[in-house]
Design a protein. Structure first.
Length: 267
């Protein structure tokens, strides 16, 4: 792990591999940390790709900033980290909230993006009801902490059968969720509730794009991925069987195969 001060905040990150291709940046979802990408970072680095995986502000080993953290702030943090590392452009991927941060990055810095990986995510803004629900959850997490929430959502973060079939994965997911700062998570929820609709951003994408979704994802169903696939010209869609919201951890071999093929490495 390394750290860097970007935009006045200390971020932790991993920087693996040193291949000649365009670096790959992977952005984690909520309420996780950079370790959720460990299988993909290892596979891509082994295939000769430089992989940069940050902990977002408020998550993992990065500095916690309470209040409200808009997706734009997260995206600008990623850009500033790339500046710090001397990386002018990258393939940028994210899962769930991380995918929405990637869409925001594409909106702000399209010239820096050579490819997109959008996993188990969706481009729409929250409805008024959705915004109220996120605000309420932010209040709850700040008041109660993460443990109760983590227990409640485990069988939605991964497919219910995988809670028992993949105990090491379930334990990893629980550990990430329970270890997340309640203040950092609440700040992200408040910011995410105010995000824009990214439909126009996706329609304008002109770089290779990979869209991945778990067949059993209840948060971002396959229909959402199919709609993004239709919106992004020339995109690839991969549906991972036997996985829920975290196919990269539930079925890492299948996810890695799709990712490495997309990157042009042996898969």
């Amino acid at each position: 792990m390394a750290t860097a001060v970007v935009n006045g905040v200390t971020l932790a990150y991993d920087d693996e591999g040193d291949g000649p291709g365009t670096p790959l940046v992977l952005v984690h979802g909520h309420p996780f940390d950079r370790s959720m990408w460990a299988p993909q970072a290892a596979a891509a680095a082994a295939a000769g790709r430089r992989v940069i995986v940050p902990d977002l502000r408020g998550y993992g080993a990065s500095e916690v900033v309470p209040g409200v953290t808009p997706l734009e702030t997260f995206a600008r943090d990623v850009a500033a980290l790339l500046d710090h590392l001397g990386v002018p452009e990258a393939v940028v991927g994210g899962l769930s909230m991380g995918g929405q941060i990637v869409m925001e990055f594409q909106r702000l810095f399209p010239a820096r993006v050579t490819g997109l990986v959008l996993a188990d995510t969706f481009p729409g803004a929250d409805t008024e009801e959705g915004r109220r629900a996120r605000e309420a959850m932010a209040q709850r997490l700040a008041a109660e902490g993460m443990s109760g929430y983590a227990d409640e959502v485990l069988d939605r973060m991964i497919a219910p059968r995988n809670v028992t079939a993949l105990p090491q994965v379930a334990a990893h997911v629980l550990r990430m969720m329970r270890g997340t700062s309640p203040e950092g998570a609440a700040a992200a929820l408040r910011g995410r509730a105010r995000r824009p609709d990214y439909g126009a951003v996706l329609a304008a994408v002109g770089v290779p794009t990979l869209i991945v979704v778990g067949r059993d994802d209840v948060y971002t169903p396959v229909a959402e991925a199919e709609a993004m696939h239709a919106a992004v010209r020339g995109s690839r869609l991969v549906v991972v069987e036997g996985a829920g919201h975290l196919p990269n951890l539930e079925r890492p071999e299948e996810f890695n195969d799709a990712l490495l093929r997309f990157l042009g490495a042996p898969g």
